[in-house]
Write a protein that binds this ligand. Structure first.
Ligand code: PMP
Length: 381
């Protein structure tokens, strides 16, 4: 893509990753940030970061098990557990590492991990690292999930079904009530990766359990990231106390890797407090993604099965056309990442649009008008 001048990847941003960013001194509308709630520039969160930096310095100075745990880590874990309505929680240094270490630590020989075909790479890598067997079912296909469990359950001691809450390329939601029901039928447990659902779905932004109004603890293991709607870095697991305690003393990533820096911990903690109290922000996000998806559908785009989430794939088709589209969007002042094969099927190249709470109505209208103009030019719509 570089050779034909269509590369829009890794452009160095010279400002905060909010709904407007600077590149080469020029302002762009951002349509690809994971900071769904626009909290990256929230003054109270920045203040909490400053205070932690002043009090604790720049790093944790150790691994969690030994000397890297601060009182902030405890406060954050308590806050996550209460937000997710579980007995306990644990934070690790990234979402990626969290999936890898949790799956490979909790499941081993004689166990089976059943995953959705579209699960995140870190879940795949957790399976590869684990000594457990693993099998896939077709994306969000409940008959196929039942088939995999029916054919395999009796051959294993323990089985877990692992899904993404919101799928990062398609923007659709895992049907959690059915998944939980089917897993129960086959005496299996469940884990959900809430990287893109925490802070974005459900009336309170509490994620899939909020969206589907599930009972507390309906999912056995909630995993999430602190790097998206929560504007920091890190990953978490929220689950029963015995699961968390077991992970603290057996997970390699917890034992052998440096603790989350106190400043990142303080930022995540303050962000969760704001998500809990500022309901207007989640309402704005939900209003914005409904407006955006309706708008792009109305002008004729395929948005797959994305619904009720801030990730809206706008399907363009072949790879070159997708790159060309993204390049033309940039010319019009809009930054949106083109996603092509092998991240998605070959003919389903797309602009992966991420809507934010801080986009204004006028900005969303401008993005839709621009997509209409370019789409007609490139004969996509
Ligand atoms: N799970 C999903 C579904 C993700 O999309 C991502 C990151 N894009 C991760 C896990 C990893 O999270 P992090 O970037 O915080 O390591």
């Amino acid at each position: 893509m570089n050779r034909i001048g269509l590369n829009t990847y890794m452009l160095p941003i010279q400002s905060a990753a909010s709904s407007k960013v600077l590149i080469d001194g020029q302002e762009y509308l951002m349509l690809g940030s994971y900071s769904y709630l626009g909290l990256i520039t929230h003054p109270d969160i920045i203040q909490a970061g400053h205070e932690a930096l002043d009090k604790y310095g720049t790093g944790a100075g150790g691994v969690r098990l030994l000397t890297g745990t601060t009182d902030l880590h405890h406060l954050l874990e308590k806050k996550i557990a209460s937000f997710k309505r579980t007995e306990d929680a644990l934070v690790l240094s990234s979402g990626y590492v969290t999936n890898m270490t949790v799956i490979s630590t909790l499941f081993g020989k004689d166990d089976l991990v059943v995953i959705d075909k579209y699960d995140h790479q870190s879940i795949y890598d957790g399976c590869i690292l684990s000594k457990a067997d693993w099998k896939r079912f077709n994306h969000n296909d409940m008959d196929d999930l039942s088939r995999v469990l029916e054919e395999n359950r009796e051959n294993y001691k323990r089985v877990i079904v692992v899904v993404d809450g919101v799928y990062s390329m398609d923007g659709d939601i895992a049907p959690m009530p059915e998944i939980i029901e089917i897993a129960k039928q086959y005496d299996s447990s469940t884990m959900v990766d809430e990287a893109h659902s925490i802070g974005t779905v459900g009336p309170n932004g509490r994620g899939v359990d909020d969206y589907f109004d599930l009972e507390p603890g309906a999912v056995d293991i909630y995993m999430g990231t602190l790097s998206k709607a929560i504007p920091s870095i890190g990953g978490y697991i929220a689950a029963k106390k015995d699961v968390i305690t077991y992970l603290k003393f057996t997970s390699n990533a917890f034992i052998f890797s440096a603790a989350l820096p106190p400043v990142s911990t303080a930022v995540a903690l303050k962000a969760l407090e704001i998500i809990e109290t500022d309901k207007e922000r989640i309402k704005s996000l939900q209003k914005n993604y409904a407006k955006f998806i309706n708008g792009v559908k109305e002008i004729g785009y395929d948005t797959l099965k994305s619904k009720d989430t801030p990730i809206v794939p706008v399907v363009i088709g072949d790879d070159v056309k997708t790159f060309r589209f993204a390049k033309q969007m940039k010319k019009e002042g809009i930054l949106v990442p083109p996603i092509v094969f092998p991240a998605v099927p070959r003919d389903k190249g797309r602009l992966r649009c991420c809507v934010m709470a801080t986009h204004t109505e006028e900005e969303i209208d401008y993005i839709i008008e621009t997509m209409e103009k370019i789409g007609k030019n490139l004969k996509v719509i």
